[in-house]
Design a protein. Structure first.
Length: 300
């Protein structure tokens, strides 16, 4: 994997190809970078499905998008909802964007009993992707975070049952590391199955969104307000790594992120990941555990 040359013009959304006649699913598309990505995909001709927990908010968001859209309910914290979404699907999917997520909320569990961040950010998307893979023709893009660099997969306590939860930031980092390990193992399985689908990942850097608005961490809220005011790029700019990972030339398991200020802002490019996110054995083990927890397996 090589980064874009310093002399190469920055990638922009103008380089997104014509997507007329394609369908793209974006989870968590009712706000933030998910909504901005939806706007960009629709502007280039795609029919975009806003997969959201709150259909009312989803419809309000879709009304702000110029182009072809529809809203479907999807609660990633409820595996029954994930299965219902997949079972109702018909037709090809050009790109599945696993964007939705929760950031450092007060301790909670999903409907199926998993720690909320691991269950939503990783397990929900794990199940959704595997259930929809038979319809995929292009790419699976999973949105991670620089927070993965401090993450550790604790197979003895994935649900945070025995460790102090504290502010939940360690649980968030674990879920984001899981996202990248999922991307890695998914690509390996796709290649072994001779699939033409590729698995990629992206992170938005520091973007001005409402992710984390529900956090119970007062310090994180304070830092977040400062970052949004003085450091962060816009949600539209924060969406560009996701759009790059979905449409630009990318290697399998490639990871896109901002190119400036320590990957906080700037045009997208291929970026590196922490050594823990390259561990193929951990990725394979996490996959097996995720199949057991969700009851969903790789379809091929």
């Amino acid at each position: 994997m090589t980064a874009r040359s310093a002399t190469e013009p920055p990638w922009t959304v103008a380089q997104i190809p014509d997507l007329t006649g394609t369908k793209i699913i974006v989870t968590g598309a009712n706000s933030g970078i998910g909504l901005e990505a939806t706007r960009a995909f629709a502007a280039h001709g795609a029919h975009v499905v806003l997969a959201v927990r709150d259909e009312g908010r989803g419809r309000d968001a879709a009304a702000t998008v110029e182009g072809s859209t529809e809203v479907r309910r999807l609660d990633l914290a409820d595996l029954a909802s994930v299965r219902a979404f997949a079972e109702s699907w018909r037709g090809d999917i050009r790109v599945l964007v696993n964007n939705a997520g929760v950031l450092v909320p007060p301790f909670g569990r999903t409907r199926d009993g998993f720690e909320l961040q691991f269950g939503t950010n990783h397990l929900g998307h794990f199940a959704l992707t595997n259930l929809l893979l038979p319809y995929l023709t292009g790419r699976v893009v999973t949105v991670a975070s620089s927070a993965h660099r401090t993450g550790r997969i604790d197979f003895d306590d994935l649900d945070w049952s025995t460790r102090p939860y504290q502010a939940g930031s360690d649980a968030y980092a674990q879920s984001k590391l899981a996202n990248l390990l999922f991307t890695l193992e998914l690509q390996r399985r796709l290649e072994a199955s001779d699939s033409r689908v590729i698995s990629t990942a992206a992170h938005p850097g520091m973007a001005a969104t409402n992710l984390g608005a529900g956090t119970g961490n007062a310090m994180l809220k304070l830092v977040g307000r400062f970052a949004v005011r003085w450091v962060a790029q816009s949600a539209a700019d924060g969406a560009t790594p996701m759009l790059f990972a979905a449409t630009a030339p990318m290697p399998g398991a490639g990871y896109a992120g901002p190119s400036r200020r320590g990957e906080m802002t700037g045009p997208p490019m291929l970026v590196d990941r922490a050594p823990a996110a390259k561990d193929a054995r951990t990725a394979e083990r996490l996959w097996s555990v995720s199949e057991e927890l969700t009851g969903v397996a790789f379809p091929w």
